[in-house]
Design a protein around this ligand. Structure first.
Ligand SMILES: [Zn+2]
Length: 351
């Protein structure tokens, strides 16, 4: 018998003991509260669903702030069935749509904002890519990119159904990453997004410029508005929201040098503190999955003045959780019934 099943069984048993006898908390990750015509990465929860999520959270657990959870966890007092709401990236709908709904029910939340480009209103690179590949009406037969010394090419079919103009609502909301048979444009979007994720910020910008040159002038990135500096300040002044940092350029930590990681952590903290007039000491790692976090990320975050940092893999927070690698569950656009059953599974330690 291989060792892995034994380890997996032991881990499952340990998790059952933890979830049954010890207080545990859920940290939830949202990105956007909106219903745009395209959502290829399933980042959006509709306003109606978000409102129903909040009502449900108040019924099934105790909604607490991330700051309180970290403080209580450090002294061994995690409330039973505590729930923390967080948002990543810093879209304008977090202020315009989510904040009033949070305030209505008194649920605290932390919004982690990527600080780069806020002052000039530059969209996130994946939204620029979406505009180029999924919204451009007339496309050439193929697009090419040269990155890291390799040349890549993707055929595009101008007649396929994945442009915003042609896609129906069901198609538009499908997750590009999960397409079994993606259209040429969807395959190109998925592959190039994955490629861009592994590039340093300047290489990524060069790749986007090259694509824009091949596809003609990119259509406006509408419906994906980021927070303005004034919006960040307004959010930070909310009675229920705290602003945290999410790096500068939204680059995975393993793509940056140690100095580059520290620079992003320090600069984003400084920029957001200038914008808000508040201390910013909570962090969420960009992308934050296990394959992009570096072994030193917690140490670097602590040295840069953060009290805690969120990762992006599922798991419960309990007394022994590392405050610099807090697991989170990602929430999708579920209705109340599906969200309720998913929450119960998460509280039982089922990912
Ligand atoms: Zn992010």
């Amino acid at each position: 018998m291989s060792q892995e099943p034994v380890c997996a069984t032991a881990k499952r048993r340990a998790r059952r003991v933890v979830t049954r006898f010890l207080p545990t908390a859920l940290v939830l990750t949202y990105h956007r509260v909106a219903s745009p015509d395209l959502d290829p990465q399933l980042m959006c929860v509709s306003p109606a669903h978000f409102a129903s999520h909040l009502r449900l959270l108040c019924q099934v657990g105790e909604c607490v702030s991330l700051r309180d959870l970290v403080r209580w966890s450090a002294v061994g007092r995690v409330p039973r069935r505590a729930i923390v709401v967080t948002f990543d990236d810093g879209y304008a709908d977090n202020l315009d749509v989510a904040e009033p709904l949070l305030r209505d029910v008194g649920v605290p939340a932390t919004v982690f904002v990527a600080s780069g480009g806020l002052d000039v209103g530059r969209p996130f690179w994946w939204d620029e890519l979406e505009a180029l590949l999924l919204r451009t009406v007339e496309v050439p037969p193929e697009v090419t990119l040269t990155a890291r010394g390799r040349r890549f090419a993707w055929p595009l079919d101008a007649a396929d159904s994945s442009s915003a103009a042609a896609a129906g609502p069901e198609d538009a909301r499908r997750d590009v990453a999960r397409f079994e048979v993606p259209s040429p444009r969807q395959a190109a979007f998925r592959d190039i997004a994955s490629l861009c994720r592994a590039l340093a910020p300047d290489e990524r910008d060069a790749a986007l410029r090259s694509l824009a040159a091949q596809l003609g002038e990119a259509p406006t990135v509408h419906g994906h508005r980021r927070l303005s500096p004034a919006g960040v300040a307004e959010l930070a002044a909310s009675a229920v929201v705290e602003v945290g940092a999410h790096g500068v350029s939204h680059t995975p930590l393993n793509v940056l040098s140690r100095e580059g990681r520290a620079e992003e952590f320090i600069q984003s903290k400084h920029t957001l503190e200038q914008m808000t007039g508040c201390s910013v000491d909570l962090l969420s790692y960009p992308f934050g999955a296990a394959d992009v976090l570096t072994s030193d990320c917690g140490r670097v975050a602590r040295d840069c003045g953060y009290m805690a940092a969120c990762a992006n893999w599922p798991g419960l927070v309990w007394l022994r959780s590392d405050p610099y690698r807090l697991p989170r569950f990602r929430v999708r656009d579920w209705d109340a019934e599906e969200f309720a059953s998913t929450l119960e599974a998460w509280f039982k330690g089922v990912d």
